[in-house]
Ligand binder design. Structure first.
Ligand SMILES: [Zn+2]
Length: 117
């Protein structure tokens, strides 16, 4: 059996959001950073996924879709939590069982991790 590895890739985008209810916040901007983590067996050439392919998947499906957008128009209640879930659900059909977790950083020391549960 081939060895399994965990691979992480970070990316990011700038977007706006606002919150109703208890969080009550006027519209404001974030430079969101996120990490995706894939877990799987390395192939016979010794790699899990080509980083160039991975970059393009993240750019086309997440970064270009959310960059400079008002997240409220795309995601219901776009908290960092729901953003992590949205990224997971967006990427899951592509990465399938390889997708281990999605982590979204609201600031450098505050982040949400979603594992698909
Ligand atoms: Zn915010």
């Amino acid at each position: 059996m081939n060895r399994k590895v965990n691979l992480s890739k970070t990316s990011g985008f700038t977007a706006l959001h606002s919150h109703e209810g208890e969080l009550k916040e006027e519209i404001h901007k974030h430079d969101f950073k996120y990490e995706i983590n894939l877990k799987g067996e390395i192939n016979k050439e010794g790699f899990l996924i080509d980083f160039l392919v991975l970059n393009k998947i993240l750019k086309d499906n997440v970064d270009d879709v959310l960059n400079q957008k008002i997240l409220n128009t795309i995601i219901e209640m776009p908290t960092t939590e729901n953003l992590a879930i949205w990224i997971w659900e967006t990427l899951k059909p592509t990465f399938k069982d390889l997708l281990c977790y999605v982590r979204v950083f609201e600031t450098h020391d505050a982040f949400i991790t979603y594992c698909g549960e």
